[in-house]
Design a protein around this ligand. Sequence first.
Ligand code: CO
Length: 151
Amino acid sequence: MKLGRLNHIGVATPSIEESIAYYRETMGAVGIADPFDLPEQGVRVCFVDTPDSSGEVGKGTQIELIEPFDENSPINGFLAKNPAGGQHHLCYEVEDIGAAREWFEGKGKRILGPTRIGAHGTPIFFLHPKDMMGQLTEIMETPRKNAHGSN
Ligand code: CO
């Protein structure tokens, strides 16, 4: 397996609206998409695009804001420990999600659940932070058309 680009940093928040205001007013972000619900993942999501080195917004690494969708959200535990929110996961792209899964399995890394379609509409899976130097890690197949899968 070859490591691809850092697609996004997942940031948990108790309030997407407050986080949007923060990224717009404090961080000067301009590439902020409309939030959307992802009930099957238990989260509400909002993509904040950063520019690449040429300054083009939408070509850099994204911030993926995630807010609990309901009381069963998988990020409720994280927010209980981090009430103000915080950095939740890192997401790296790979060319072939099946090959990547086999690669990590072969290294004895715990994969959290099945490969599924993530917030960007591409196949993803998560790896246990205790096997990944403390970092909850999302592996995403590189989007085929739009480099970011944002809408
Ligand atoms: Co993510």
